[in-house]
Design a protein. Structure first.
Length: 226
């Protein structure tokens, strides 16, 4: 899919920053770099063996690349590339749109619903958010932060109401309040993202970020009830 950034950015209003405190925005930008890079570097090293082992399982189970690298929308409504371990059959996204379904039917591998597009290893990866481990590399590349609103699919952004675009006034993140909650609907997610953006723009965000990182570790290790 070709992404036209002008379409989304036309609806993004820089005046959203008028309600922010420039001191805190500058402080948080620098603080995030200082905190994010060491944690992301350590996490990248720690997860590299897991990613390597998972890559072998992905290749053994299904044809296609190990990584899925979609375009998502991050800070200031700008497009970014994010890395994920592939959790669906190769071309699964396109098949959900009906573009490749005929080919799979003719090969005798008819897939009846979207759940069947997710591989067995993919279900495990998604359950514990392990498919997002390569995004630590994106943090090191400066594309996103450890904590922040989730980077959205371009089509999701185009369907957002104007007031929801405030969520893009801070860096996108690997994890956030929505990821450690019960992952409720889009309205609740948007509310959580806007609340985070307002905190980022008006207070020192690092203590809150570290709290979310700690809760994320607990969520991955023990599930949402811990």
């Amino acid at each position: 899919m070709v992404y036209d950034s002008s379409v989304v950015q036309a609806g993004y209003n820089k005046e959203l920053y008028e309600n922010s405190h420039e001191f805190y925005r500058a402080l948080n930008r620098v603080s995030k770099i200082i905190i994010d890079y060491p944690i992301a570097l350590a996490a990248s090293a720690a997860t590299l063996p897991i990613i390597g082992a998972t890559a072998i399982l992905i290749k053994l189970e299904s044809y296609g690349p190990v990584f899925y690298i979609p375009t998502r929308i991050g800070e200031d409504c700008k497009p970014i590339k994010v890395r994920k371990l592939r959790s669906m059959v190769h071309g699964g996204r396109e098949m959900l749109n009906g573009k490749m379904l005929d080919g799979y039917e003719s090969s005798g591998a008819y897939l009846r619903d979207k759940e069947t597009f997710i591989t067995r290893i993919g279900k495990v990866l998604r359950k514990y958010s392990l498919d997002e481990m390569p995004q630590f590399w994106d943090v090191l590349l400066g594309r996103m932060s450890l904590v922040g609103p989730r980077a959205l699919h371009p089509l999701e952004v185009k369907n957002l109401p104007p007031e929801a675009l405030e969520r893009f006034s801070c860096p996108a993140g690997i994890t956030g309040n929505w990821q450690i909650s019960n992952r409720s609907g889009p309205e609740e997610r948007t509310m959580l993202d806007i609340n985070y953006a307002r905190r980022y723009n008006n207070e020192w965000i690092i203590p809150y970020d570290l709290e979310i990182v700690f809760k994320t570790v607990l969520y991955v290790l023990f599930g949402k009830n811990h």
